[in-house]
Design a protein around this ligand. Structure first.
Ligand code: NI
Length: 166
């Protein structure tokens, strides 16, 4: 396994749109293992391939307190989302130290492939729903801070550039 470098906002590569995985093979399984190791090491609750500069539709997450419930979503698609929305504070390994509230559908149903290439579906609510939607946004080149006001985004960019230069 290997630790991967996590791109830091406002790196332009975070805005690339990921392609679907054509085949779930050993290359993808290695990517999943490396992403999981990188996420646990950070530590974080979720990571999208985009964040490690791999532009394919793969996300990993683990919202358990014991850090032993890894969830892998390959080619995830939201097949249903609720009209009810909820506001939650989010953070991101690509924007360390920044937390802010984002409104999203409260429930989502997601269809994806697992590491064996089998299709599965999950009904998600609460933190799991937030994390899945946050990570899926990364795959379309979207970072959560882009939901915030342009004033806030500019402040965050300035802060991140100062951190990078320090
Ligand atoms: Ni993120």
């Amino acid at each position: 396994m290997a630790l991967l470098n996590i791109l830091q906002y406002p790196d332009r590569r975070l805005h690339k749109v990921a392609k679907p995985v054509a085949q779930v093979d050993d290359r993808i399984r290695k990517l999943v293992r490396d992403m999981a190791e990188t996420m646990y090491e950070a530590p974080g609750v979720g990571l999208a391939a985009t964040q490690v500069d791999v532009h394919e539709r793969v996300i990993v997450l683990d919202i358990s307190e014991t850090h032993d419930e890894l969830r892998v979503f390959i080619n995830p698609e939201i097949v249903w989302s609720s009209d009810e929305r909820q506001l939650n504070e989010e953070g991101c390994l690509s924007v360390p130290g920044v937390y802010d509230k984002v409104e999203r559908p409260e429930h989502v149903r997601v269809r994806a492939l697992n590491e064996k290439g089998e299709t599965f579906e999950v009904d998600a609510e609460g933190l799991l729903a937030v994390c899945i939607q946050h990570e899926m946004d990364h795959l379309t080149g979207r970072v959560f801070v882009e939901y915030l006001s342009s004033l806030k985004q500019n402040r965050i960019k300035t802060k991140m550039r100062k951190q990078a230069a320090a």
